[in-house]
Ligand binder design. Sequence first.
Ligand SMILES: [Zn+2]
Length: 340
Amino acid sequence: MSLSMTDIVGNEKLRKHLCNDILAETPSHAYILSGPAGSGKRTIAMMYAAALACENKGIGGYALPCCRCQSCRKILEYKSPDVLITEKDGASVKAEQIRDIQQSVSVVPNELDHKIYIVENAETMTNQAQNALLLTLEEPPSYVVFFLLCEAEEKLLETVKSRAPIFRTEPIRSDLIRNFLLEKSDDAKKLAANNPSELDAIISISNGSIGRAIELIDEKTRLPFVNQRNSAALFVNYALSKDTVRLTELIISLPHKQDELIPTLTYVQTALRDLCVLKKSENTELCFYSDREAAIEKAYSVGLAAIMALYNKVEDAKNTLSRNANMKLTLTNLIASINS
Ligand SMILES: [Zn+2]
């Protein structure tokens, strides 16, 4: 599946701004891209790197970047020595990692006219790391462009934020994700023809993330998510209708592993959130249910207070589980609290 800057869906303003910077040959030395996971931050930064280096840049008829020339391909296949990605080490981006960047910044690019540094999860940089980065951001060599990608730019020091324009990426609307998948992916086309409800489910599960949607089109990646989602849908049905027997059977049958159980409970909450917002407006974007009519019916079959109460009980169980509490006991307590 090949992409170019014009294929980046959503985030139009940001895209235009970056394209203009490239064509006017006035790239900033640093950009902060802030937005939820999967909203295209890494893709935008990689596209920007390719666009800077693209051999067909500025030639009429070519998208920016063309994604075909040797420079574009090398960058987008993660093979360019001049596009350097830093990911967090454990829970944070550490000062040593930033010091490595500092040292490499002074070495001129290998093949390209620019060196692009992409720092993922920049909000996890320790204060020490951010202060180290500041030194580089103050006076970077002219060939350097930084992309600081973060989910919460509030966690960046004011001094760092003042060094770079901040752009916010937004979750992508489900109709845009659908169009994109149908245009770009043969697997998505097949799914649309053979199993349209599964495609609807993928779009809902991907929750505004094109990257996630592309991953989930692959059946192997999708299966655990589909299972978790199906369990969550049943959970909501049984819990809201107080079908104690089936709810208990279901909960007992859930995988007793924290990393599978917590996502299932998160889906339960996403479904409950859908039901809450449907009570306020029937036209709102849904994150869990792909069958809007059925979801509306469900939303009206139960009171808001009951939905909220269930949401909070699930939240409590999730919090307890994430503290590595006894899983069986937590689930038993959850069943008891729902039945009370
Ligand atoms: Zn190109």
